[in-house]
Design a protein around this ligand. Structure first.
Ligand SMILES: Cc1ncc(COP(=O)(O)O)c(C=O)c1O
Length: 474
């Protein structure tokens, strides 16, 4: 027998221990004489089973996952069209790193990042360099590593110490940047957000920057709220710092979401390689790039921005292959899916899909703004993501965690969580609008939020706060 606490110790989510046993059982309807109907959860079964049986067991268990269509917490795409599905199943065997066996997939990867380099206004896409990755986290790590190595090379050439690199970031960065700093021994210098400066906007930058600064991260689409950090303003602050001190500090733009929104919805906003200080940009193709999970992109303005010492020449798969990645083998199919979408949608198609999401986000933000219980943090006009907080003094009977729980009863996943430093006492709730959240679904959601608020408001005693889930993994 397994208790709830044992299950949570072994890292399974709470619903996974409802069976209270260490066995995975096959529904008798699918069982055939002579085959196992019980499978150990954490040990390799001693014998074989029929493919139909194993399929049914895994299929049934996957059913316990949430309904991705109602998941307004994630940025990650969960739907592609039937042609993409066909392509996916035809190409699921391709290994991205094996450019000798799959030269066409490799050529398509290059075409894709060149298209993206042009979309991001690289001065000369032929002289830019890029790669696909498994997601934004790997893409950010590669961007960060290039910053660190460029700084080290310059410092060594000048006979200066390379012991104490630091990176300037908003306190609202995604966890991948904390990992980068931790894994590669770079001191993170967080600029706290505040009511006055709700994101990194270049203020006080001179207090954080010094000769050991490898770069500044600007986020296009802050994970907590969806707002764009003003890349051009940050660059201007760095220009002033350079004029005063001589320090020439590059920017990496983390465009995990905005990298595939801004080129279509805000084409006049200069956030990309039009800003000269921007050395590299990353994005998640599996977010607003509209591809299934497992793909990101990173592009450097010029080949000189990616130190060649970081690029390995791999020969053991046959031929010479440049490799700059944290992984070796990884799926190649997503790259083909990205290319399929580029051909299928083109600029116009991407514009229409992103605009439809933005329209729904702006509609939802507008409806939530009308409710006296809520104060909007932003309105969904950057990436189609927005957050709100409880109006000050509105109630002490319930909070946004309670609202999140009530909405879950209707199947909606809309997380509430505290903001980062210096606003950690502010709790917000966030909606991420992705392709597939139609206006009709959004209208149902508004009704569900209104009903949940009416229910909570009508309570005679406050909601209990014991056992509330008050954390959220961004
Ligand atoms: C701003 C930002 N950077 C990086 C990431 C990490 O992206 P991925 O999940 O593709 O690794 C995210 C994910 O939400 C993000 O919002």
């Amino acid at each position: 027998m397994t208790t709830a606490s044992e299950s949570s110790r072994r890292g399974e989510p709470s619903h996974a221990f409802t069976g209270i046993s260490d066995q995975n059982q096959l529904n008798p309807l699918f069982a055939r004489a002579g085959e196992a109907t019980d499978f150990p959860l954490n040990m390799l079964p001693p014998g074989e089973s029929l493919p139909e049986t194993a399929y049914q067991v895994v299929h049934d268990e996957a059913m316990l996952d949430g309904n991705s269509r109602l998941n307004l917490a994630t940025f990650v795409g969960t739907w592609m069209d039937p042609h993409a599905d066909r392509l996916y199943s035809e190409t699921a065997d391709k290994n991205m790193v094996d450019k000798d066996e799959y030269p066409q997939t490799a050529a398509i990867e290059t075409r894709c990042w060149k298209m993206i380099a042009t979309l991001w206004n690289a001065p000369d896409a032929e002289n830019a360099i890029g790669t696909s990755t498994i997601g934004s986290s790997e893409a950010c790590m590669l961007g960060g590593l290039a910053l660190k190595r460029r700084w080290q090379l310059a410092r060594r050439a000048a006979g200066r110490s390379t012991d104490k690199p630091n990176l300037i970031l908003s306190s609202a960065v995604q966890v991948c940047w904390e990992k980068f700093c931790n894994y590669w021994d770079v001191e993170p210098r967080y600029v706290p957000i505040s009511a006055e400066h709700q994101c990194l906007d270049g203020h006080d930058l001179e207090k954080y920057v010094d000769e050991n600064t490898i770069g500044v991260v600007a986020i296009m689409g802050v994970t907590y709220t969806g707002v764009y950090e003003p890349v051009a303003k940050i660059a201007e602050a760095l220009d002033r710092i350079q004029a005063d001190t001589g320090l020439d500090i590059p920017i990496h733009v983390d465009g995990a979401s905005g990298g595939m929104i801004a080129p279509f919805l805000q084409p006049d906003l200069a956030w990309d390689f039009r800003v000269e200080r921007v050395a590299s940009i990353s994005t998640s193709a599996h977010k607003y790039g509209l591809v299934y999970p497992g793909l990101g992109w990173v592009v450097w303005r010029t080949v000189e921005d990616l130190p060649k010492e970081l690029v390995f020449d791999v020969t053991y798969l046959g031929g010479h292959m440049p490799s700059f990645a944290l992984n070796f083998s990884r799926p190649g199919a997503q790259v083909l899916l990205q290319y399929y979408l580029f051909l299928r949608l083109g600029w116009d198609g991407y514009y229409k899909v992103q605009k439809a999401s933005q329209d729904v986000a702006v509609y939802l933000a507008g409806e939530i703004a009308k409710m006296p219980a809520f104060d909007l943090w932003n309105d969904g006009t950057d990436i189609p993501v927005f957050a709100w907080q409880l109006t000050k003094g509105y109630t002490d009977k319930w909070n946004l965690y309670h609202l999140s729980e009530r909405l879950r009863l209707k199947g909606w996943l809309i997380p509430a969580y505290p903001m980062p430093d210096d606003l950690a006492d502010v709790v917000v709730q966030r909606i991420v609008v992705r392709n597939g959240l139609s206006r009709n679904l959004a209208e149902s959601l508004v009704v569900d939020i209104q009903e949940a608020v009416a229910y909570l408001d009508a309570l005679e005693t406050p909601m209990p706060t014991e056992g509330l889930v008050t954390t959220f993994t961004h």
